[in-house]
Unconditional design. Structure first.
Length: 251
C-alpha cells in the first residue's frame, strides 16, 4: 500500500501555517483508488501528480474545516467535465457531509450540483461513533468540529490517520500497532484542540506504532524538515517522516 502525500499544508495564520505557495493544502492518495482529505487547491496538485481521478472510488474526510474539505467541489467538477466519469463515487465523512458537499456545489453554481447532468452517482456515508466496512475502520474523536480518525488495512499492512482529533482512548485504540501513524501537527506547543509534536510522539509510542508521518506541519520548517522530525523523536524512538508535497511512502 502506498500513500502519496499530494498536499501537506494547512491554513492557520499566526500558527506557522501561512500560505507560502510552496505546498498545497491537505490531500492524500491511497494507492490509486482512495483520496483522504481535499483541501483548497487539491485539484491542482492531483493533476500535477497525474492522478487518474476516474480510478478514485472513495473520498474520505476527517472533519469539515475548509483546509480539509473545501477543494472537493473542483475535484467533483473535474470528474464530470474533464474526465466524463460514469462510475459512482462514495464520499465518507462526519455527520453533515452530504449537506455540506451539496451546499458547496450549489453555492459555486457549477453543473456538477445537478444529479441528472453530472453523469455519475454520488453516494454518501455519514460516520457514527465507530464504523468498520470494506478495508476501513473509523472512530469519532474529540474536536470542536465533529472529527473522525481512520485506519485502512490492505495485504496485512495498515495505516492510521488522525485529522486533528485529540488522542482519546478510542482514537489510540484504533491506532494500536499501525505500520504507519499519520497525524496533523499544527502547533509547536499544545494549544487548545491543536496537536503539537509531543502529542504525536507520545500517542504513537502509546499505540505501539511502527513509523510516524506528520502533515499540516508548520510553514516555518519548510527547508528544515529534519529539525521538525527531531521534535517528535524526543517522544517517539522510531522513524519520523515529515513529507513534502508528492512524497510517496510505502506502508
Amino acid at each position: 500500500m502506498k500513500i502519496n502525500f499530494i498536499g501537506t499544508a494547512g491554513l492557520v495564520p499566526g500558527m506557522g501555517l501561512t500560505i507560502t505557495g510552496k505546498r498545497g493544502q491537505l490531500t492524500m492518495q491511497i494507492d490509486n483508488d482512495y483520496l483522504m482529505e481535499v483541501g483548497d487547491g487539491a485539484l491542482r496538485n492531483l493533476n500535477a501528480n497525474g492522478t487518474d481521478l476516474n480510478a478514485i472510488k472513495k473520498i474520505m474526510i476527517s472533519h469539515l474545516h475548509s483546509d480539509h474539505f473545501i477543494g472537493i467541489v473542483h475535484v467533483l467538477f473535474d470528474m464530470m467535465h474533464v474526465r466524463n466519469r460514469k462510475e459512482p463515487l462514495e464520499i465518507i465523512g462526519p455527520k453533515g457531509i452530504e449537506r455540506a458537499t451539496r451546499g458547496l456545489m450549489s453555492l459555486c453554481e457549477l453543473p456538477v450540483a445537478n444529479d441528472e447532468k453530472r453523469g455519475y452517482e454520488l453516494k454518501f456515508k455519514e460516520l457514527g461513533a465507530f464504523e468498520k466496512f470494506d478495508d476501513i475502520q473509523t472512530v469519532r474523536g474529540s474536536h470542536p468540529s465533529e472529527a473522525h480518525a481512520y485506519r485502512i488495512s490492505r495485504n496485512g499492512r495498515s495505516f492510521f490517520y488522525n485529522g486533528e482529533s485529540s488522542f482519546t482512548k478510542e482514537v489510540l485504540e484504533l491506532a494500536k500497532g499501525a505500520d504507519l501513524f499519520i497525524s496533523t501537527v499544527v502547533v509547536l506547543k499544545p494549544h487548545l484542540f491543536h496537536i503539537a509534536p509531543l502529542d504525536v510522539g507520545r500517542a504513537a509510542t502509546e499505540a505501539g506504532a511502527k513509523r510516524v508521518a506528520v502533515i499540516h506541519w508548520p510553514t516555518e520548517y519548510e527547508g528544515k524538515r529534519d529539525e521538525f522530525a527531531k521534535l517528535i523523536n524526543k517522544h517517539f524512538k522510531g522513524e519520523v517522516i515529515v513529507p513534502d508535497d508528492f512524497t510517496v511512502v510505502e506502508v
